[in-house]
Design a protein around this ligand. Sequence first.
Ligand code: SAM
Ligand code: DTB
Ligand code: SF4
Length: 328
Amino acid sequence: MKKYSKEEIKEVYNTPLLDLVFRAAATHRMFHDPSEVQVSSLLSIKTGGCPEDCGYCPQAARYQTDVNVHKMLSVNDVMSAANNAKSGGATRMCLGAAWREVRDNSDFDSVLEMVKSINNMGMEVCCTLGMLTEDQAQKLADAGLYAYNHNLDSSEDFYKKIITTRKYDDRLNTIENVRKAKVTVCSGGIIGMGESVEDRIEMLYTLSNLNPQPESVPINALVPVEGTPLEKQELVSIWEMLRMIATTRIVMPGSVVRLSAGRTQMSLEGQALCFLAGANSIFAGDKLLTTPNPAFNEDMEMFKLFGLKSREAFKYAKESAQLESVSA
Ligand code: SAM
Ligand code: DTB
Ligand code: SF4
């Protein structure tokens, strides 16, 4: 995969908008079936009460938000949510926990059981549980984890202004542990937190220079939540989201680019442009972790309108296994 310098990424990002979308769409069609969108279902298995101070997050204990704090869900509850998601057409289940890091305790044992059971149902399983050691990443891998989500969120510089309770290097270190365990990496960020275009470019530079590049890259538009330090942030414009999606597609052509948080504030036309510019994954279901998401039926109507379909589970894993057996 071509590695882009910061200057090159900046040039791509600043291309006249329609040229940028055209180039991203062409790149997308070279690497992916443009009619397929990966549909992930997101479930918060442990909500709120997090000791971290991430300025955007309604789940940080130190901010007064109206998040419904709850302990770990039972394996049964998670399985029934996974069954519902599967029957609705989701092929990946993403389990999120408001933890700073994973601890080796009975809650982690339950997560391992959830991963095993959902994987056995034929769904890809992704977890986002905070920082991981190499050993914990390996345990998740052994349970059948397909992907681990751990976002870089912004540039290293801007990160310090949004989060003080951990370092950028901690994030990179967890991503490395995930890689060592041969679990695929899902890592992206948020725009609309007050960062500059340079910060966005820095983040894309860091992500795209990981070797290998992350298999999936979520691009979130900040959902400003009352009670968090970023509650007053203005909503990011669709044009900035489109530029970010298109640039991500061009610099990480083989990755799945997820149009993540912030879709409730986007029109259908805006989302159509994002799919054209290379977004090929969404979170479907009425809720993200704690904030609203478009209703599942509305998304299925949108797919019908745009001629899109849900991508089958493990498709990319099967394709790369086939390639390996051909080249062996
Ligand atoms: N605690 C774990 C961690 O921080 O990695 C996992 C859960 S955390 C909520 C996962 C991601 O959600 C964050 O990295 C951030 O990118 C995203 N996120 C959280 N709050 C958000 C918000 N208000 N708007 C957009 N994205 C948000
Ligand atoms: C990601 O990049 N976005 C998702 C997922 N990974 C875990 C989370 C979005 C959270 C939005 C705020 C909330 O619902 O709490
Ligand atoms: Fe905790 Fe994750 Fe929210 Fe940060 S983003 S406060 S680590 S749940």
